[in-house]
Write a protein that binds this ligand. Structure first.
Ligand code: HEC
Ligand code: HEC
Ligand code: HEC
Ligand code: HEC
Ligand code: HEC
Length: 230
């Protein structure tokens, strides 16, 4: 191999590692709420309390929500407040979202502001009165869609609201005897929680490598075919 071909490979391989090592972390991702608020402050103004710590928007070492695991630092929405996916061809019956999916919905249904947490970190943060939530339609100028639907980067698709009828069913039993579904255990690192499909079956909340926070790339419906036969 010529010098240039070798150098080319070294650059390609090392930049792959670079992309991987950067992409595999929550830092700077859409789940880094410190970074997101910093972007706003730089361009305009803060849109919610900036606690200066990434994990604290979701986790706390002390005084966590007793109803769920993973030292959760947020209240959970009422599981009975959702309109569920319905269909006559389902083999399992739709259920209200389980706690593990309510973790996600505590931001993504828009009913609780993204910075409303149980325990503030002890960092001397000056708390503002701005509490942006993913609400549609928005109530205050700090609600995300006040700016993020249409004119500045449209994130309206990420606000699921409480009507889940047009989303993939969650908290639904995985009936391994259904011939339309693949036998267990699932391939590709996809996971069930208590034998149910939850948000975290398809999404990895900490890892932006396969956008949007998917456990595997959905190229050619690879994600879907991990569970479905057709
Ligand atoms: C946007 C919310 C969010 C942020 C921010 C966040 N996490 Fe999590 N974390 C979760 C959720 C949701 C789960 C449950 C995931 C599951 O069950 O698959 C979890 C689970 C965990 C777990 C349990 C093991 C696992 O991966 O399932 C650990 C440890 C953890 N997080 C550490 C951290 C640390 C450290 C940070 C800060 C660098 C952080 N998390 C930031 C939402 C978050
Ligand atoms: C982790 C496993 C899993 C993955 C990944 C998955 N599904 Fe599903 N899906 C299920 C289960 C379980 C059901 C409920 C099946 C039942 O009860 O009949 C379901 C139901 C559905 C339904 C409703 C079927 C009906 O009869 O109304 C559709 C449509 C669907 N999935 C499409 C998809 C698509 C598209 C993808 C890829 C983006 C996907 N699924 C990925 C497990 C999965
Ligand atoms: C603390 C609030 C919070 C929690 C909890 C949370 N998210 Fe998010 N999520 C955000 C914010 C903020 C964004 C940035 C984009 C936006 O404004 O919607 C985002 C974006 C996303 C995106 C789009 C990413 C992209 O690349 O476009 C997905 C997918 C997502 N979240 C899934 C989840 C899932 C699944 C869970 C639970 C396992 C979860 N989120 C929990 C706040 C949260
Ligand atoms: C008053 C208008 C306004 C509001 C309200 C607002 N944003 Fe933004 N947002 C902006 C502007 C301006 C930018 C920078 C756009 C650019 O230059 O790309 C931005 C950028 C972002 C980015 C991209 C960050 C990056 O990495 O570049 C995310 C994610 C985001 N906003 C999420 C949110 C969330 C979540 C909320 C609600 C809690 C919110 N925004 C509320 C105006 C707003
Ligand atoms: C069966 C797999 C699966 C399940 C279960 C699932 N998602 Fe997703 N989600 C996806 C895929 C694939 C995409 C990207 C394609 C798309 O936008 O439809 C996505 C996209 C998203 C987005 C970004 C939408 C946008 O327009 O940018 C958010 C936010 C999100 N999911 C949150 C959730 C939450 C919260 C749950 C649980 C209530 C959940 N997802 C359950 C597979 C799933």
């Amino acid at each position: 191999m010529s010098f240039w071909r070798i150098t080319g490979w070294v650059i390609i391989v090392s930049s792959l590692f670079l992309v991987n090592s950067q992409a595999a972390t929550i830092v700077g991702s859409f789940h880094d709420l410190v970074h997101i608020d910093d972007v706003h402050t730089k361009n305009w103004t803060s849109v919610y309390n900036n606690y200066g710590e990434i994990c604290v928007y979701c986790h706390t070492p002390h005084g966590a929500n007793e109803n769920v695991s993973v030292l959760w630092n947020r209240n959970l929405p009422d599981s009975l407040s959702y309109t569920l996916y319905q269909s006559s061809t389902l083999s399992s019956s739709p259920q209200p979202p389980s706690p593990v999916s309510l973790l996600c919905l505590s931001c993504h249904d828009g009913t609780i502001a993204v910075d409303t947490i149980l325990n503030m970190p002890n960092t001397g943060v000056t708390l503002g009165s701005k509490h942006g939530s993913m609400k549609v339609p928005f109530d205050t100028v700090y609600d995300c869609v006040a700016c993020h639907s249409g004119w500045i980067r449209d994130f309206s698709g990420t606000f699921l609201g409480t009507d889940l009828s047009n989303n993939h069913p969650v908290s639904i039993e995985y009936s391994a005897s259904d011939p339309r579904l693949k036998p267990l255990p699932l391939a590709n690192g996809l996971k069930l929680v208590d034998n149910k499909v939850e948000c975290v079956s398809c999404h990895d909340v900490h890892n932006p490598q396969y956008r949007p926070f998917l456990r595997i790339p959905d190229t050619g419906s690879a994600l879907c075919y991990t569970c479905h036969n057709k």
